[in-house]
Design a protein around this ligand. Structure first.
Ligand code: TXA
Ligand code: MG
Length: 362
């Protein structure tokens, strides 16, 4: 009893519908101003009644989230959109029609119904309609907007399992809903849809390519680099587990470079692990987490950050994906978590090994 981590009740919902007893229990908690963790198709969310000031304040307290970092408002259906957003451009309607319900968040001018405590005083609101069956059932049953950031302590890797959410927030939330339907593994794509030409603010599960098939993107967004502006959250430390993450660019001689970095780690007596899309010959197989598709890489990224913590790894080397499609969003999370980007000036001194530079743009 003394040593145990604080617990919150956890319920697996295998057949979600608005009348499901566990969904009704969660709605009762939300209506009572309490917090509920629920799965979405991206990551787990920490939900509260978006119209209840005390409940939203509790999100900030429980996550230790900076007060100027606004919350995404989750809606049940498109019919709700005009209640909470105004001046919606045609392009935003096109994106909504193409990707909702699904892992897209639209930044729009807020309607007066959206309280300032949700938007941290901004005149805009981030809204999304999630497609996860449990999130859908919860929103339909609740009948109002649910504010929900990712269900992790601020600055930590997002929670992609109910257990990860419980590790960070257990005991501080009324209820945790779980589901056999697993999330994609990184958060929604946030698109600034306030202008006729949308811009990607946070790359995510919906790729720039998919968005550009529906609407023309603003030119700087078409490059979709991770340096793009500007959500308040982007200035804070992010996704960081309690160990060092070293990001390794996928250069032509990645395998040789990884082996050199690995040898240095061994010399220094540090416990390492490698996350890579391809097995690196010459490294112990047990030290490698090999995830051959971008989908699996995305799905496992935050989970592997946390697993490496559990396993008391000191340095997790993560090979970046090609900077296209899902790779853009995955790489953005890896870079934000990383304390070192390789090859760096300090590690390119081995010369030769592939024309001596060839760093990919990053
Ligand atoms: O997939 C997701 O989007 C998940 C699931 C739970 O829906 N949610 C999520 O929320 O990632 P959070 O709070 O971890 O990240 C939301 C980001 C933050 O960087 C925040 O600054 C930005 O969205 N944001 C929210 N409202 C905004 C606004 N009005 N203006 C600019 N940025 C905003
Ligand atoms: Mg987050």
């Amino acid at each position: 009893m003394v040593t145990s981590v604080p617990r919150s009740p956890l319920h697996l919902v295998t057949d979600p519908h608005p009348d499901h007893p566990q969904i009704r229990a969660a709605v009762a908690k939300l209506s009572d101003g309490k917090l509920v963790v629920f799965p979405t198709e991206t990551v787990y969310g920490l939900g509260a009644d978006a119209l209840n000031a005390a409940a939203c304040a509790r999100i900030f307290a429980v996550k230790q989230r900076p007060a100027d970092n606004p919350l995404i408002v989750h809606l049940a259906s498109l019919a709700e959109l005009t209640k909470y957003a105004t001046a919606i451009p045609d392009s935003a309607w096109q994106l909504a029609a193409a990707f909702w319900p699904g892992p897209l968040t639209l930044l729009l001018p807020k309607a007066s119904a959206v309280p300032d405590f949700v938007t941290a005083g901004q005149s805009t609101v981030c809204v999304r309609i999630p497609s996860h069956p449990v999130a859908q059932a919860l929103l339909a049953a609740f009948g109002g907007p649910i504010a929900a950031p990712s269900a992790n302590t601020s600055g930590r890797p997002s929670a992609t399992t109910a257990q990860d959410a419980a590790q960070d927030l257990g005991g501080q939330v009324a209820l945790i809903l779980d589901s056999p339907v697993v999330p994609a593994g990184i958060e929604s794509t946030i698109v600034d849809a306030t202008q006729a030409q949308p811009r990607i603010l946070r790359p995510g599960v919906i790729t720039a390519e998919a968005i550009a098939d529906v609407v023309s993107l603003a030119p700087e967004a078409a490059r979709s680099r991770s340096t793009l502006p500007i959500t308040p959250g982007s200035k804070y430390r992010h996704y960081t587990p309690d160990l060092e993450v070293w990001a390794m660019a996928p250069v032509t001689d990645t395998a040789a470079r990884v082996r050199r970095v690995w040898a240095d780690l061994q010399t220094a007596g540090r416990r390492g692990r490698l996350m890579t899309p391809q097995l690196i010959p010459g490294l112990p197989i047990a030290a490698q987490v090999v995830l051959p598709t971008p989908e699996r890489y995305m799905n496992q990224l935050f989970r592997q950050f946390r697993q490496a913590e559990t396993d008391q790894i000191e340095v997790l080397i993560v090979v970046l994906l090609a900077e296209e499609g899902l790779g853009v969003g995955v790489n953005q999370r890896i870079r934000k978590a990383a304390s070192r980007l390789l090859p760096s000036a300090a590690t390119t001194d081995e010369s030769n090994g592939g024309a001596g530079q060839s760093s990919s743009p990053s």
